[in-house]
Design a protein around this ligand. Structure first.
Ligand code: 5GP
Length: 182
């Protein structure tokens, strides 16, 4: 039974929302809290969604080998603290990482035994709608984001399982059933 599960997928697909539903509905799953240099958004609490750290602290964590993987995304650094994850895994607790594709590839290199789940949009049109939803960005920014989404969607065959995010709670439930009852 895989104890470590990595959830990844294109940006805009709703990974954060599905993981928030896992936290709410399935307290038996331990969700890793990443370190990031990005500023908290309204409603986010240090130590809950993320550990918010400055760039010097992040660089020190990288240097000291404290992160299982790390990546830069949209100008900010993100990484998975190694020690708390290893503690839970040693206790036999099912653990979930929600990370970007670069991070997922790094974890695959160091932990090939983990379960890799790709969160997919219901359709390309729906992903376009989610990525362009706010309608406030300049067209070249939107175009760049859509190009990036096309590249990210092409990573799907690298994953063991695909969960379609058509409904947040249903997607969270399917994800957890893969984690605990493969
Ligand atoms: P956001 O800033 O919107 O919370 O997250 C931006 C991106 O960073 C998302 O794709 C999210 O999956 C990814 N991310 C969050 N934590 C980590 C992490 O620890 N490592 C990596 N590689 N990506 C992460």
């Amino acid at each position: 039974m895989p104890r470590l599960t990595v959830l990844s997928g294109p940006s805009g697909v709703g990974k954060g929302t599905v993981v928030a539903a896992v936290r709410r509905l399935f307290p038996q799953i331990w969700v890793s809290v990443s370190a990031t240099t990005r500023a908290p958004r309204p409603g986010e609490t240090d130590g809950v969604e993320y550990h918010f750290v400055d760039r010097d602290t992040f660089a020190r964590m990288v240097k000291d080998g404290e992160l299982l993987e790390h990546a830069e995304f949209a100008g900010n650094c993100y990484g998975t603290p190694r020690a708390p994850l290893e503690r839970r895994l040693a206790d036999g607790v099912p653990c979930l990482l929600e990370i970007d594709l670069q991070g997922a590839r790094q974890v695959r290199a160091s932990r090939p035994d983990a379960l890799f789940v790709f969160l997919a949009p219901p359709s390309w049109e729906e992903l376009v709608r989610r990525l362009t939803g706010r309608g406030t960005e300049p067209p070249e920014v939107v175009a760049r984001r859509l190009d990036q989404a096309r590249v990210e969607l092409a990573a799907e065959p690298e994953f063991d399982e695909v969960v379609v995010n058509d409904d947040v709670e249903a997607a969270a439930t399917r994800l957890v059933s893969l984690m605990v009852d493969p």
